[in-house]
Design a protein around this ligand. Sequence first.
Ligand SMILES: Nc1ncnc2c1ncn2[C@@H]1O[C@H](COP(=O)(O)OP(=O)(O)O)[C@@H](O)[C@H]1O
Ligand code: SF4
Ligand SMILES: [Mg+2]
Length: 318
Amino acid sequence: MSLIEVRDLTKTFPYKNSTVTILRGINLSIEEGETLCVVGESGCGKTTFGKILAGLHSCSGGSYRYDGQEVNTFTKKQSVSFRRNMQLIHQNPYESLNPSSMVFDMISAPLKHHRKIRNFSELYRETAALLEMVGLTPVEDFIDKYPTYLSGGQRQRVSIARVLSMNPKSIVVDEATSMIDTSMRISLLDTLKRIQRELKVSYLYITHDLALGRYFAWEHRLAVMYLGQIVELGPTPKLIGDPLHPYTKAILSAGDIEGRESYDLKGVDIPSFHALPPGCSLSPRCPQMIEGVCTVTEPVLSDIGDGRWVSCHLYREE
Ligand SMILES: Nc1ncnc2c1ncn2[C@@H]1O[C@H](COP(=O)(O)OP(=O)(O)O)[C@@H](O)[C@H]1O
Ligand code: SF4
Ligand SMILES: [Mg+2]
């Protein structure tokens, strides 16, 4: 049993007098201690998906099971435990921390609440241990600071420490490095990787930056999202070394990854969620589109062996 199992998941929002469907049948799972990176262009539905996994949105259709249990059938007690076990790290470390709280208060409050630690010296010790774990050392330089005095990268580390104070099994990391200095990004990702090795936590890592996704999930798996669907999923080195789906080939070609053959989509606009083309959503832009097939029938994400999944008629079984 996987920690996270998502089957045919959809999300529809109200739009004017009608609705718009953003997530269109997502299928994937995440194991304990695993990273799954979801990469895709801005606006394709990554944050919506992350919020559903984190329990901030409900899904409109399909199934989301956490630890074997359907999330929308949780009892109150199960819901409380889910909210502790499943955490989210936001994109913006300037908005996610309360400017009038000291670092110690931000981390010790959940320790008091969730781990029932009451004794001050124990609270201090646990808070200091979490600051050390996220690389905010020497601890004395950070524990009594307010967020204003911290850089974006340091704030994001405080956010991580706060999330870890709840002892979660899984964390949604949504573009967590996009608002911090480029020079600090890799070191923050390395910290998250080390935390995973030490605590066996699972990550859903969301990014529009394929190079960061490749780095963060190299030992794990990558899923490529296009217009609210997963078009390809597999072990990261295989997907990067031998991309199968035309959209994956195109983003790799555009992503400046060394030794990559050039592969361009046709120069037409990305369709809107409000006017999706019939058949495959990539068909107006796809250089390998099969007339009469791709424009008529929607491909489905299919297991093609070797841990790889692809949603494209070029790989369908005859
Ligand atoms: N609450 C909402 N109501 C209506 N539309 C939404 C809502 N949240 C997101 N969307 C739409 O869903 C699409 C995907 O958004 P999002 O999940 O934020 O994408 P990403 O994180 O990949 O940039 C966008 O077109 C966005 O406008
Ligand atoms: S199904 Fe057809 S249009 Fe879609 S990606 Fe594959 S070849 Fe291109
Ligand atoms: Mg987003």
